[in-house]
Design a protein around this ligand. Structure first.
Ligand code: AHR
Length: 632
């Protein structure tokens, strides 16, 4: 295929072409990106997921039970763990926690805290140890500051003397039973953090955050997904219950089969944006629950006010009521917030009434109120024009294709007909079903797989070609804890053991495409694919480079496609770097966390433009490539 890239024309592309989407699914937040190591640290529960001692074990016969004391640690955390001791025994007693199915222990600084109520003379020992051999990797004495009738916080830091050989470890707190008056002590909010991304208190797990940062994302859509909506009308994601001290966060029943702590709350999401320079795309609750129940027009007003309060909390001046609240929590400086999405997938099948109400009044009511107070905010509706919904411009829509790779191949031109009045965010997308396989209602593929990734590359290229009307594109879900998950096709799989973090085939494809930014497209001849080869070309004004991105799908006779790319205006001898991705295991190859393999073979070459100024290379069947004149 001979491609000529014009030096002028094309369209400007969005300044946030690729980003991230996060919700607490698959223990992506608690036990995932949120770096807290202690599972069930504050005995949070609900009708759906009752309070329990899940994760906790007694040491040397201490009697553990859940108590709802008349003087709890806080209103938000009414339950605590009562630890009964026999003060005539001399062996130290206590309890351990097995973390989110293990704990990575390294010679680095761990920061911990726990609250105790009761009277104890002596010191507590906080330690990290092997669950297999009881070998202690590190411990610290924490002098008791307890008072009989008060909850007292104890803080400590701990540096293990060696790295643990595996993540089969526990964290323990022990103490001398002889020092306890009254036969028992009560504990709550027992927390332990390893070093976090950019050293944030209550921050993000380093290796996962670094993997995200390496995608050069430009936005973060949060806090869902379905997680925003909650399982029923009583339990949406309530922004004001996710802020402030951890002891004031009740947590809530998530929609993905577990209780969440909300330790990763609104401010932590905004810090994440700060630390990776991301535009927040804040999803606000629109009054529709995942069980299909929704708030009637007549009852919407408080929810609209709540959304306005949330926006004011994020970007209001410190003199505004919510800005004041933010400043009182230690954040006087407002954040920048340019994008707000109303709800999530309010079009979803099985929710006909909710869908109609969204069309009839809910979206309009939120949209009108937000635009009145914040005319500069780009409001995004949770459905898109591709869900048979007319989105009133200048609002954008949100499109979530979870598809077969062939669908992405067949629908390459889907976005070409979007008008300036059809701004669209792709807030979630992924190949999730094999070609010709079961459709949406069936099971998802066990992992992202190579041909799925090539389909995704074609899709990303199709959005980038229309980057003046596609606001941005992001894969979802991004994380899967291999110990508890419900959605198998995710960008990154992980366990407690950071050595087992697996970047999927889709991660590699996304990274190649997202890290070679263009600021505007350039017209090409041919203007679009004439064979199996799908491509986009453009210029990056920021570094004055020319970029071509292509994906080769099923070819005739499975042969490689010779490609020639000539950028008009570039001379013979001009250098460009070609990065080519193929699979070592064919279309169905995948990166398996159990094997720790990587089927993605990456080749990088510096090419020189030939006689006619063209770069020539071959693209094998099912390959993805980027050619970039920014050779560094
Ligand atoms: O990404 C998983 C789920 O898929 C999201 O929560 C929801 O928005 C979509 O249906």
């Amino acid at each position: 295929v001979d491609i000529v890239v014009k030096s002028k024309g094309g369209n400007e592309t969005s300044s946030i072409p690729y980003g991230l989407m996060h919700e607490d699914i698959n223990n992506a937040g608690d036990g995932g990106l949120y770096a807290e190591l202690i599972r069930n640290r504050a005995f949070q529960g609900s009708k759906l997921y009752p309070v329990s001692l899940d994760g906790w074990k007694s040491i040397n016969g201490a009697g553990l039970s859940i108590k709802n004391l008349s003087t709890p640690l806080s209103k938000a955390l009414p339950s605590s763990m009562n630890v009964v001791v026999n003060s005539t025994k001399s062996k130290s007693v206590g309890f351990s926690n097995d973390g989110f199915w293990g704990m990575d222990v390294r010679m680095e600084k761990y920061t911990g805290s726990f609250y105790v109520r009761g009277s104890y003379k002596g010191a507590f020992t906080a330690s990290l140890q092997s669950a297999l051999t009881n070998e202690t990797f590190g411990s610290v004495k924490v002098d008791s500051k307890t008072k009989q009738n008060e909850w007292v916080q104890h803080k400590f830091t701990l540096v293990p003397k060696k790295d643990a050989p595996s993540s089969n470890n526990t964290f323990a707190i022990t103490f001398d039973p002889a020092g306890v008056s009254g036969g028992s002590l009560d504990f709550n909010l027992i927390s332990l953090f390893p070093p976090t991304y950019k050293g944030r208190e209550n921050g993000l797990r380093e290796d996962l955050a670094e993997a995200f940062a390496a995608l050069d994302p430009k936005f973060l859509r949060f806090p869902g997904g379905n997680a925003l909506e909650g399982p029923d009308l009583a339990n949406p994601w309530k922004w004001n219950e996710t802020i402030g001290p951890l002891k004031d966060r009740p947590g809530r029943p998530g929609v993905w089969n577990y209780q969440t702590s909300d330790g990763l709350g609104l401010v932590e999401y905004l810090h994440w944006c700060d630390d990776m320079d991301l535009e927040p795309i804040l999803a606000i609750y629109s009054g529709l629950a995942l069980d299909g129940a929704y708030i009637n027009e007549t009852d919407l007003a408080p929810w609209i006010e709540d959304a306005l309060n949330e926006i004011e909390f994020v970007r209001g001046a410190p003199s505004t009521p919510m800005g004041k609240l933010r400043a009182s929590l230690g954040y006087p400086k407002p954040w920048t917030l340019k994008y707000v999405e109303v709800g999530n997938e309010d079009w979803l099948a099985g929710r006909p009434a909710g869908f109609e109400s969204y069309l009839a009044y809910r979206f309009q009511a939120f949209n009108k109120a937000i635009k009145k107070k914040y005319p500069d905010i780009q409001v995004i509706a949770s459905p898109s024009v591709f869900d048979n919904m007319k989105i009133p411009a200048p609002a954008a829509g949100d499109y979530h294709p979870y598809r077969q790779p062939d669908n992405f191949y067949n629908e390459f031109h889907k976005f070409d007909s979007l008008t300036k009045d059809n701004l669209t965010l792709v807030g979630e997308f992924a190949s999730v079903h094999p070609n010709g396989g079961i459709d949406w209602s069936g099971n998802l593929h066990p992992f992202p797989w190579w041909i799925g990734g090539v389909g995704e590359a074609i899709f990303m290229i199709s959005t980038e070609r229309n980057g003046d009307r596609i606001l941005g594109t992001t894969y979802a879900p991004v994380l899967r804890n291999m110990n508890r998950w419900q959605w198998s096709v995710c960008m990154i799989e992980f366990e407690a053991d950071t050595k087992k973090t697996t970047l999927s085939t889709s991660y590699h494809v996304f990274q190649l495409i997202s890290t070679h930014a263009i600021t505007h497209t350039l017209p090409t001849t041919p203007s679009s694919n004439t064979s199996s080869l799908f491509f986009v070309a453009g210029k990056n004004e920021d570094d004055d480079s020319y970029v071509w991105k292509g994906a080769n799908y099923n070819t005739t006779n499975h042969e490689a496609t010779p490609v020639s790319v000539k950028f008009e205006g570039l001379r013979k001898g001009q250098k460009a770097e070609l990065t080519l991705l193929v699979s070592s295991q064919g279309p169905f190859g995948y990166n398996d966390p159990a094997k720790g393999n990587n089927v993605v073979v990456t080749t990088t070459k510096t090419l020189s433009a030939g006689e006619n100024g063209a770069f020539k290379f071959n693209m094998p069947e099912l390959s993805v490539a980027v050619l970039d004149t920014d050779v560094g």
